[in-house]
Write a protein that binds this ligand. Structure first.
Ligand code: NAD
Length: 298
């Protein structure tokens, strides 16, 4: 599919995840161009690591692969199809170019996006990630990919610089569906760990001991292993994933449930708690601060 071993990549979205991911591709010697809506971010990034910036409004005929790492479907679609007076990248890419959306986007919208891009002779893959900033830095993310198998095989060498466990999971939108359901589970366990720790503390238990016990027992989860001591009990609240993104992900999982006529009792309860936490804690707070919300409100 690509004429050369290392295709030209345009990486869009230099946030907490995008910056270390783009850096890994640059270090792997891919010709990478970067873009973010925040020009200051682009300037600082390019100065720091000697990256090249490319605006979506410029000539994109040399680009083979576009990777998006953006907040949500609305923004991804805006970048691809254009918004207000800005043309989208889809009208500027050459036929056969691949668009890989690595953001956590809405599965039903991604499915439709795959169909629209196919009509434009562009290839769409959804490839959301799990693992957070730490694993974006060391290139050990889990990546779940939806879209044509042949395209997946072609871009896998690129993804191997970003993740260790890379799965092809089905047609366009399938990666985003699994990602939303994964974060549905993560939201519930993170909230329940915060509740359990606060209840135990009020009873008089040592919360650090509680985490040790959970991690050797059936209550073990990613939240007990990688969040409880590190970010909740230490009160550093710096896992690198905001509560706002968590609310987005639970909302998407619940919408997916509705779309396939499944009730999501726990999904609704969890969404309610996370929304209240967001209101109380403020928009930019890390999701592990749910511990502080539980401590002060429940
Ligand atoms: P972030 O908010 O740190 O970064 C998003 C970036 O997108 C920002 O730099 C912003 O300026 C840029 N942006 C917004 N609108 C834009 C536009 N129209 N054009 C170009 N750039 C634009 O978010 P993040 O934490 O890096 O997460 C990115 C995606 O990855 C989200 O979908 C999130 O759900 C998902 N994700 C995040 C984590 C995590 O731990 N942070 C883990 C897994 C998945």
């Amino acid at each position: 599919m690509f004429k050369k071993d290392k295709p030209n990549i345009l990486f869009i979205g230099l946030g907490m995840m995008g910056q270390p991911m783009a850096l890994r591709l640059i270090q792997a010697k891919y010709p990478v161009f970067v873009h973010d809506a925040n020009q200051e971010t682009v300037k600082n990034y390019c100065n720091k690591i000697d990256a090249k910036s490319l605006l979506p409004s410029e000539d994109l005929s040399s680009i083979d692969v576009v990777i998006t790492m953006l907040p949500d479907s609305e923004i991804v679609e805006g970048v691809i199809f254009g918004v207000d007076n800005f043309p989208g990248i889809s009208s500027k890419l050459k036929p056969g170019s691949v668009v890989i959306d690595m953001s956590s986007s809405e599965p039903m919208r991604s499915r439709a996006l795959g169909t629209s891009l196919k009509k434009m002779d562009l290839i769409y893959l959804d490839a959301p990630v799990s693992g957070g900033v730490r694993r974006a830095i060391d290139g050990s993310l889990a990546i779940m990919v939806g879209g044509a198998l042949e395209a997946f095989v072609e871009v896998k060498p690129i993804l191997e610089n970003l993740g260790k466990n890379i799965f092809h999971v089905g047609d366009p939108g399938s990666g985003h569906a699994i990602k939303a359901l994964n974060n549905y589970l993560s939201a519930i366990t993170t909230l329940s760990v915060a509740e359990a720790l606060i209840i135990g503390k009020r009873f008089g238990l040592d919360p650090n001991k509680m985490v040790d016990v959970f991690n050797s027992s059936s209550g073990k989860s990613n939240a007990t292993e990688n969040k409880a001591k590190q970010f909740m009990l230490s009160e550093s609240f710096g896992a690198g994933f905001t509560a706002k993104l968590m609310v987005k992900d639970i909302t998407m999982a619940n919408q997916l449930g509705s779309a396939v006529n499944s009730s999501m009792e726990l999904g609704e309860a969890s969404l309610n708690a996370w929304r209240n936490a967001l209101k109380y804690l403020g928009n930019d707070v890390d999701h592990t601060a749910i511990y502080r919300y539980v401590e002060q409100n429940q």
